[in-house]
Design a protein around this ligand. Structure first.
Ligand code: SF4
Ligand code: SF4
Length: 149
């Protein structure tokens, strides 16, 4: 099921031409996670049914200039045992955008690094194909990437 089907979001851009998430979970693993805006903190708190202060205390690392999700056992604290994101509907923008990151445009090294880490890209896709598709997608309102975990 892709995010369009799951969320019923009419603004979700079809990613099938270039990418289909394989739900391998690689992008939720590592020693750190992504940052969350205040709006995202409120949305995640509301989804979990807890105050923002509790979200920050239990689930986040509050740094000098950013708040990010904690990691536990080498993965994001919201990565579930079932291999799915436990806050999929409200996950932070970098998670929604991944792996179709604008840094790919004009930087083939970024594309190579991202496509090496993410097995969801079509095997026959070229760098030019991805750039063409991404340029078009970024012009559309509501663009986000293709993760479906
Ligand atoms: S976005 Fe890529 S790395 Fe992340 S779970 Fe999907 S296929 Fe794996
Ligand atoms: S919020 Fe969800 S998608 Fe983002 S890193 Fe954590 S588990 Fe993965």
């Amino acid at each position: 099921m892709n995010k369009t089907e799951k969320n019923g979001n009419p603004n979700k851009i079809a990613t099938a031409p270039v990418f289909k998430c394989q739900m391998c979970g690689h992008c939720c693993h590592g020693e750190s996670t992504v940052s969350m805006t205040e709006t995202e903190q409120k949305a995640i708190s509301a989804a979990l049914g807890i105050p923002v202060a509790e979200l920050l205390q239990k689930y986040c690392v509050v740094l000098k200039n950013r708040v990010e999700m904690k990691t536990i056992d080498g993965h994001c604290i919201f990565y579930g045992e079932d291999g799915r994101c436990q806050i999929h509907e409200v996950k932070p923008f970098p998670c929604r955008q991944w792996p179709l990151h604008p840094s790919i445009l004009g930087d083939s090294a970024a594309w190579e690094a991202i496509s090496r880490d993410c097995p969801g890209f079509r095997k026959d896709i070229t760098y030019d194909d991805v750039c063409d598709w991404l340029k078009g997608a970024l012009k559309k309102e509501g663009f986000s990437g293709g993760t479906t975990r």
